[in-house]
Write a protein that binds this ligand. Structure first.
Ligand code: F6R
Length: 359
């Protein structure tokens, strides 16, 4: 039941404050102590390998930034279809993590089986608790997102991000590294911040109507928002069938800038942070070539980005480490409303299946 929404995807986007609340309830105590299972021991490993497909892979990519910065741990991230056939050497001091909404993705399951007996521990980050990946993991971390019906993943992604951040904090704690100020308690603000972001829906819908006429769209992001640029592009292409590519902002001048013209909108995900100035200079390069920029930033970012941006979507202020979770919302809404404007089948995009059980 769509609960009054036009599509399951709209319902699932709107459910995210609640879904993340449930996830926080499962993995943080009332006094903000981390309550991940005790078996999850980051002291006996010296590397983390994360493997997934599609949106789950982008969640793991964000996780890499967090684990490196917060827990100072070496991290490898790969798509399952590559990882399984590369047959990489694995040290027994590796923690292997597999992220999958369905828990049934064939390539991810095969990668898990490859790691079984080689890695110290197999951790499954799954939404479906009675799935194959859950059954074959040593430690199962349910997402608590609730059933996800829409083929395009939304709330499973933000719940995966939430757990990955809590895991990175746990790893830091166990390895004697001080936690970044404000964490984990700042995580409590996320449901409310998502709620505020959802209020920007009318504005994002207006932008989406313009995007709907484009043939190609570029998404840019830097640091832990680079994977969000990839996720924004994936969501947009799978739902609206518009060709979209995500790039690390710094890669723009190494090729994709050749595509820039006034018919190719560029969506820039850039909260005001230490990398902001660099991304703004990438944005100015786009504008100097006649490109149309949609800047998704916060009030401070909007203020200093100056004139010339075709459109600014002003997000609530968010603690830096949490930005990837919050910026998932405008990425999802842009894809959703662009698809609605084009009249495509939002919940069941052509050629796609919710659970990819064949490789
Ligand atoms: C994108 C999407 C897919 C899935 C991918 C992995 O919106 O839904 O890219 O993320 O097929 O699926 P799971 O997470 O079930 O392993």
């Amino acid at each position: 039941d769509k609960d009054g929404h036009k599509h399951f995807m709209a319902k699932e986007i709107a459910e995210q404050p609640m879904a993340i609340d449930r996830t926080l309830h499962a993995y943080l105590s009332e006094t903000d102590d981390i309550t991940l299972p005790d078996e999850l021991d980051f002291t006996k490993i010296d590397r983390l390998t994360m493997v997934a497909c599609g949106t789950g892979y982008y969640a793991c990519m964000v996780g890499k930034y967090w684990f490196e910065q917060i827990a100072k741990m070496p991290v490898e991230v790969d798509v399952a279809s590559e990882f399984r056939y590369r047959e990489p050497p694995v040290s027994d001091r590796t923690l292997a993590l597999f992220a999958s909404q369905s828990g049934e993705t064939a390539d991810t399951l095969a990668a898990l089986r490859y790691m079984t007996g080689k890695a110290d521990q197999i951790v499954g980050l799954v939404n479906v608790s009675e799935s194959s990946i859950a059954r074959e993991s040593d430690v199962v971390l349910p997402l608590y997102a609730g059933p996800e019906i829409s083929v395009a993943s939304t709330k499973a992604f933000t719940c995966q991000l939430t757990i990955l951040l809590i895991m990175a904090l746990q790893a830091a704690q166990q390895r004697g590294i001080a936690l970044p100020e404000g964490l984990p308690s700042d995580l409590r603000a996320i449901p409310g911040l998502i709620h505020q972001t959802l209020m920007l829906e009318d504005e994002i819908t207006a932008t989406s109507r313009e995007l709907a006429t484009a043939r190609d769209i570029i998404f840019l992001g830097r640091g832990h928002l680079y994977p969000l640029a990839l996720e924004g592009a994936l969501k947009l292409k799978e739902l609206s069938y518009i060709h979209a590519e995500g790039y690390a902002s710094g890669e723009l001048k190494h090729g994709p800038i050749a595509l820039i013209e006034d018919t190719v909108p560029v969506v820039v995900l850039a909260p005001r942070d230490v990398l902001f100035e660099k991304t703004i200079s990438n944005m100015q390069e786009v504008m100097a070539r006649g490109g149309r920029v949609v800047l998704i930033t916060d009030a401070e970012g909007a203020r200093i980005s100056g004139e010339g941006t075709s459109e600014v979507i002003t997000m609530p202020q968010v603690p830096n480490a949490l930005a990837p979770i919050l910026y998932a919302i405008p990425a999802q809404l842009l894809a959703y409303h662009t698809a609605v404007a084009k009249g495509t089948d939002v919940d069941q995009p052509r050629n796609l299946a919710k659970s990819v059980t064949v490789e």
